[in-house]
Design a protein around this ligand. Sequence first.
Ligand code: NAI
Length: 711
Amino acid sequence: MKTSYTNWLVEKDNEQIITLSLDKPDTTTNVLSQNVLIELQSILDDIRKVPAKALIFQSKKDNCFIAGADVKEFSSFLNSSDNLPNQSDLKKSDTAYDQALHAVQLGQHVMNSIENLPFPTFALLNGHCLGGGMELALACDYRIALDNSKTRLGLPEVKLGIHPGFGGTVRTNRLLGVFKSMSLMLSGRTLSVRGAMRLGLIDEIISKNIKNKYFKKLVNLWLDKAKGQTRSKLKYFKQQQKRSFYYNLFEMDFVRPLIAYMLTKSVSKKVQKTHYPAPFELINLWQFHAGNDDFMMKKEAESVASLITSDTAQNLIRVFHLQDRLKTLSHSKKDKPLEHIHIIGGGVMGGDIAIECVYRGFTVTVHDQSHEVLARLIQRGHRFFKHKLKENHLYQSSMDRLIPDFKNYGLKKADLIIEAIIEDTKAKQSVFKYAEQIAKPECIFATNTSSIPLDDISQVLSSPERLVGIHFFNPVARMPLIEVVSSKLTSTAARQFALQFAGKIGKLPLPVTSTPGFLVNRILTPYLLEAIELYGEGIPAEFIDKAATHFGMPMGPIQLADKVGLDICLSVATNLSKSQSVRVPEKLIQWVENGRLGIKTHKGFYDYKNGKPVYKASHYDGLSRAQISNRLMFRLFNEAVACLDEKVVENEDLLDAGIIFGTGFAPFLGGPMHYIKHKGIEEMDHTLIDLSKDYGRRFNPVIGWDSLIYK
Ligand code: NAI
């Protein structure tokens, strides 16, 4: 028997096993929108009345069980937080809050209905199972996942400024106990199928190629395991297995405050409560309500409704959409073939780019003028793949695809050539001039230059339209963004190819024009230079860094400069000083001349011991924290407005995305342009004028502010 609904397909076989398959129309991803939930509730109401042996949830989509609740719908609840109720004032009526509460309670109601069905329930996880999808799986009695190395499972809600709201906090704690469940939800990390099995989140892994018939056999096997016990006994039997001595101990009233204190302490090391309240709310929820499922569920819904309508969640959801927007830039209907990548220059960047491309499945030849660099590259590859790839055949095939190429043979076969040699125009020109004589005519040329205009490099080429900038950030493996740089001569095909390439190696591409410093370095440099300026005025490095992290930056500017390398900072600043009003600090020049380059020489603004900065200053009472952060951040905002005005990027959203993913700019603030608008353009402009009166021309508002004000 088969019944089709808009989103769900219900099938019942001769063995009385019901299968509920989700297939949300017109999309490649299943999400739990309000429609999907309402439809599911009505199906559940019907099937609970019919005799059945078991119910199986699955998805009809490839590689996606359920990716979560519908984040687009979240935006509809989002209002300014000004008039929102706080946790202690929940009776105060507010439309946004009420709507959010209603939506969360609907989700909870559906999950409770699944949990209370009179027959055993199974979730067959045939792809990504995240957020609300995981909560649905948790409401089932058994979770069985298909073995697929690409599948991710978890509860990443904190990344959107909320925590699980469909009963997930209650059920995860019940299933895994406080430490495992909190570590999963507080970090928002996602797990592989095997990781989820190790943690206890799922019950079994089955081979990817298993046929539906065999899965049904497995279901029967599980049912046999329960030895024909009645439904309520089966649940009890399973829960008793999980509830250990420690589980009960940690739930005791006198132990909880201690555990909550430990969890809070550990979270506070990573984020501040004022910036990211969700993890702290989650700990509170557990501390005060765990064990009392119904009440915890009620509080869970209230907490999520309150969080989801806050500015933090609003901005984090904006960042989520921006990320999606960058991802779609790499999509294309016509896919130009890409198999072989040739990299010229196997140093810090070239080596890392090569390893990343191999890791993503490409064959990569790497040419360098130095044998030692190539030998080191192989060692780096070995360490990386050993760490990342647990299966030997994957490690071996990756090592086989990382090919040192001293003689530059790869030039001939490559579909894409990426140059990452020293930052020198003439040297780069001669690399491409030679490549043009040998490479296939359809091969695309890319440079990783951080500051040289593309037109300067492509001058020597007879087909300058082949050259595009693919600007990676350091460290390549960790930084999600790539700037795709086009000059006036770059062809649409080369640009499109570079955008697609970014997607293929799992990066977010940001299209920018070939102006000095492109977008990210151009905006970051004045901010870093202001930090050096402040340091020169006698403000201790740690106070400058604290002011920036207090604002919401992931790392202080002084520590960042030491990490990037003072030589790199100097080279970018020097290049920018040729075209922008950037003054290169004398101290930076001197230190670089003396070989004081930051972490890599164990000495920069800080001294380093075992790779960690040694903090010396404990006291400073000059400028306030706000004054310091204003000086840092307003240099950044002013440059952001200049870039927008000069059309370095197409629009404000792309600028915000670039600065968030390229520099880590406080995601909870939604990006620099979003912040400027939120604070008020004219007010920000006035602050700049005040700063310029106190500290000079570098704070003069750029003309772009006028266009923003009069827009
Ligand atoms: P690096 O000095 O570590 O590596 C450069 C490599 O190129 C060296 O191994 C050198 O032997 C090799 N090389 C030099 N001339 C060559 C030639 N004619 N033929 C073949 N190999 C040659 O430099 P790094 O840091 O990797 O930078 C490379 C490029 O990436 C530069 O354009 C830099 O501006 C850019 N970049 C650097 C970033 C960083 O954080 N280091 C970030 C983003 C871009």
